[in-house]
Ligand binder design. Structure first.
Ligand code: FES
Length: 133
């Protein structure tokens, strides 16, 4: 097995040709996007605290979701194979579609831990309670 995996970045509208990049296994999808010069937002600086880097994984094996994936995206989106590009480590060849920006409540949890806890929405509170964090 090669130490590298290929990420294919597809365009949701099929307006642009897909871009390909080979990255070491264990790299984040966001790292691959930067290498491939694919524009993906990273509002929180790749800390898993916003959802500007959302991607939909069309093909390929995925590692288990991180706590940040669960908090920011929720179970339904994870089942539909949405992931945070900054948190998802590539374990094999995959094809992803960067999602367009949408309004984010993630900005509310960028502050201090104390302010962030107060800014969680109901979904985030349920996830954190379930995970005991
Ligand atoms: S850059 Fe903010 S969650 Fe990925």
């Amino acid at each position: 097995m090669s130490d590298e995996a290929t990420i294919t970045f597809a365009d949701a509208d099929h307006a642009a040709e897909p871009r390909f990049v080979a990255v070491p296994r264990g790299s984040s999808i966001l790292d691959g996007a930067f290498q491939a010069q694919v524009e993906i937002g990273a509002t929180c600086g790749a800390r898993g605290r916003c959802r500007s880097c959302r991607v939909k994984v069309l093909k390929g094996e995925l590692p288990p979701p991180t706590v940040q994936d669960m908090v920011q995206l929720g179970g339904e989106a994870l089942q539909e194979r949405f992931r945070l590009a900054c948190q998802t480590r590539v374990i094999g060849d995959c094809t992803v579609v960067p999602m367009p920006p949408r309004s984010e409540s993630g900005h509310q949890i960028l502050g201090s831990a104390r302010a962030g806890a107060g800014a969680r929405n109901d979904h985030e509170n349920r996830v954190c309670k379930t995970l005991g964090v």
